[in-house]
Design a protein around this ligand. Structure first.
Ligand SMILES: Nc1ncnc2c1ncn2[C@@H]1O[C@H](COP(=O)(O)OP(=O)(O)OP(=O)(O)O)[C@@H](O)[C@H]1O
Length: 468
């Protein structure tokens, strides 16, 4: 007798007799007496297994299915939602994909009486697919779970780069300050989280303040947070983690700037004052990265409508342009003084000479899927790590950066300083403004001539991130 025959479970699929089998590859079933075609739902596509309401002992398998897409990515959601009613599922499958009882999005129950639900759809994130993915994948799932807009959650779709901050200030913060528990489903890249966190930290919080729980779906370009916090890694666009994950405090850093620092918006054409101020100093908060040099330049130069069409490729294209300028000149040598403070030490130590290529402090393991910038970083460990190299020529810099795509091998390269730090300070000695741009989680801050930035982790969190 085959292994399949020995391990199969007799049951039904959509009301018709079938024999089912679950293994590391997924859920397989054969209709009827067990000698027909085998059907499979791949394990990586399974979102969850829930109790089917019509059948007391029955279950539904909730999963994603690939949409066929045009070669030119025509704006269709890559995945759509599907479900399959099947009582008598293999017990291992039911156990492995049981949703968390603490999750608000599992369906209307006791939690719905005291938790408020919000869905934020960031239309400007990534390649602009958030609305489409909400309607083809997320909303059908929520409907299946018995959750409806207006009744169980409020929906907010962004129409500008200040939408998320405004919604946070006007809707989420007042309730958080009154001690109301809130679950936020955020369809965006890292930028959406940064907007929420900076708004919450720049306003007054009461002693009743209750941290909103955020489920982040990877709808941005790099999606550093989802790729580094165990939210992705399957083919459900973060929905499995939304239903099965646990809320964990999101570690944050504070970047304190000299007084002339300004946020650059609208493809760098406009500037705005920074939102945050603490003890009279200008600050910005982040959960991913603070950088200066090639990284900040390539993020800033590629944040245009034209570049955004390329998705994560935009970073590689902009990197080539930064390292091999079209006039044949070498890459820019960034002038300034970089110092770090290490754990248990009072003194600041100077890093490198006064010309730099790459200066980056991060909490996360990957800045985009497969680009392992900090191989020692564990999900949400809150440890700040420095990645630095000096003024290398274009080919050398490209060699070093390419190693980040080989599981973070650049960290072992002797040209790279890679270490855990407590704080980083940069004093800029550049005349030209474009070489004084700093990246904070994808946002760009330009510092004035002779200005500085200092970065360190902060102890208190303001949101929890649902992660694995
Ligand atoms: N309708 C809109 N018009 C203009 N800006 C928008 C709109 N919706 C969202 N935004 C802004 O666009 C930015 C998108 O950033 P986000 O980080 O979410 O995506 P990304 O940059 O593509 O991804 P990542 O940071 O993960 O690489 C955010 O700052 C957000 O405030």
């Amino acid at each position: 007798m085959s292994t399949y025959a020995q391990s199969r479970t007799r049951g039904t699929v959509e009301g018709k007799p079938a024999s089912l089998h679950f293994d590391d590859d997924g859920l397989h079933w054969i209709k009827g007496q067990g000698n027909g075609t085998e059907w499979t739902i791949k394990k990586q596509n399974i979102i969850s297994v829930t109790q089917a309401d019509l059948l007391k002992d029955g279950h539904s398998v909730l999963y994603t299915k690939e949409n066929s897409r045009g070669l030119d990515d025509d704006g269709t959601s890559p995945l759509r939602f599907e479900s399959m009613r099947a009582p008598h599922l293999p017990p291992r499958l039911v156990e492995e994909f049981k949703p968390s009882e603490q999750c608000y999005w599992v369906g209307p129950g006791e939690l719905a009486s005291f938790v408020k639900g919000h869905v934020i759809i960031s239309t400007g994130s990534g390649t602009g697919l958030a609305s489409e993915i909400f309607s083809q994948l997320v909303e059908p799932l929520l409907h299946h779970l018995g959750l409806f807009a207006g009744e169980h959650f409020s929906t907010h779709t962004t129409d500008s780069d200040t939408s998320v901050a405004k919604y946070t200030k006007e809707v989420i913060l007042p309730d958080a300050n009154d001690g109301v528990q809130q679950s936020v489903l955020l369809l965006s890249g890292d930028g959406g989280i940064v907007d929420i966190v900076n708004t919450l930290l720049s306003e007054k919080r009461t002693k009743w303040y209750t941290k909103p729980k955020i489920s982040l779906l990877p709808l941005g370009t790099g999606n550093a947070l989802t790729n580094s916090s165990g939210i992705t890694g399957d083919n459900t666009m973060g929905l499995r983690t939304m239903l099965q994950g646990t809320p964990k405090q999101l570690p944050l850093f504070r970047a304190t700037f000299s007084p002339g620092a300004r946020l650059l918006v609208n493809e760098g054409r406009e500037e705005r004052p920074l939102q945050g101020e603490i003890d009279g100093r200008t600050v910005a908060h982040g959960a991913v990265v603070c950088s200066w040099g090639h990284h900040a330049t390539l993020v800033a130069d590629s944040d245009t409508t034209e570049y955004r069409k390329f998705g994560a490729e935009r970073f590689k294209t902009a990197a080539k342009e930064a390292l091999f300028p079209s006039d044949g000149s070498p890459p820019h040598a960034y002038k300034g003084q970089v110092t770090v403070r290490r754990s248990g030490e009072d003194d600041w130590e100077v890093i490198g000479a006064n010309e730099h290529g790459y200066v980056l402090a991060t909490f996360v393991n990957q800045l985009e899927a497969g680009f392992t910038i900090s191989p020692a970083s564990k999900p949400l460990d809150g440890k700040l790590r420095l990645v630095h190299f000096g003024n290398l020529n274009g080919q050398e810099a490209m060699d070093v950066m390419s190693k980040a795509y080989q599981e973070g091998k650049h960290a072992e390269d002797e040209r790279v300083n890679y270490e855990e730090i407590e704080a980083l300070k940069i004093v800029f000695e550049e005349d030209e403004a474009r070489w004084r741009r700093v990246c904070i989680d994808g946002k760009i801050v330009r510092v004035e001539k002779g200005g500085w930035v200092e970065v360190r982790p902060i102890g208190d969190g303001v949101v929890d991130l649902v992660a694995r």
